[in-house]
Ligand binder design. Sequence first.
Ligand SMILES: Nc1ncnc2c1ncn2[C@@H]1O[C@H](COP(=O)(O)OP(=O)(O)OP(=O)(O)O)[C@@H](O)[C@H]1O
Length: 319
Amino acid sequence: MPGLVFEDVHVTYPGGVRAVRGVSLEVASGRRVGVAGESGCGKSSVALAALRLLPASAEVSGRILIDDEDVAGMSWGRLRAVRWTGASIVFQGAMHALNPVRTVGHQIAEPLILHDKLSPKAAAGRVGGLLERVGLPGWRAGSFPHQLSGGQRQRVMIAMALACRPGLIIADEATTALDVMIEAQVLRLLDQIVADDRIALLMISHDVSVLSAWCDELAVMYAGRIVEHGPAKAVVQAPSHPYVRGLVGALSPVGDVGARLSPHGLAGRAPDPAGLPRGCAFRARCDVAVEECASLDVGLRSSGEGRVAACVHVGGESS
Ligand SMILES: Nc1ncnc2c1ncn2[C@@H]1O[C@H](COP(=O)(O)OP(=O)(O)OP(=O)(O)O)[C@@H](O)[C@H]1O
């Protein structure tokens, strides 16, 4: 069953900032799809576009479907309902988004009352179970956010995201601020939820090592485009695109979860999305660039075994 589908999605901000350029991606129910890339490559814009959370000044084209329903065509009422009951998003800073003067129990109950139309008493009755689901004892419902650690607050945000049983969760750098041990616990939890409830999970992170460890598929973005996509382990073990080779080569060999991208792993910077060069956007940083890269910006081509990459050196037919 389809969860989330992007078809040739473009996002342009005022001033000609081409943040997302022709992204196509599918996150089916029960699948974990990761989107990786450096800061500014357009990852968050993709996540926000999925739930129409971009600023009104952003121009969006292409199609985004949630469970076969076109997001662009949804009324505001329908969109509000879908944001809680069909799809939920957990942000990096989400743990700071909790209301400091209300107990976490009240905050988890709120979407159940608003969207599932439960009575306050029935909603409160569901809170304990949701907290236990994310590994917190039910009595924590009476705690205020400041009485919890960062990891516990992030779990509360996940409990809120799960409250109305969405079919899709978008986790945008949802574990980035956590220390490695807590991060692994939260990732295991998300993993369990995908397996138990057959939720579609879109995980967005700058950390390709985390995504390769926890996702079925990995898409790597560069300057607004997906430059490589395929089974996560295969992409990381033998990348086809020179940018992805650089990213993966920058990983420390500490093992899956412990590995981190070195900030100095790739020389140079991504181009300004308001003034993209002609040809391949990665050309200036690429150690295998050839003359035609200056004029040719090739689309995704098959690199074998369900994988695609956007590079002139990758053979096979266009996908
Ligand atoms: N509201 C906005 N107005 C103008 N430009 C924007 C806006 N939001 C994002 N951008 C620009 O769009 C590009 C993509 O940003 P986006 O946040 O989607 O990337 P990202 O990969 O998620 O980066 P980060 O991890 O730093 O958030 C960047 O160049 C950013 O400066």
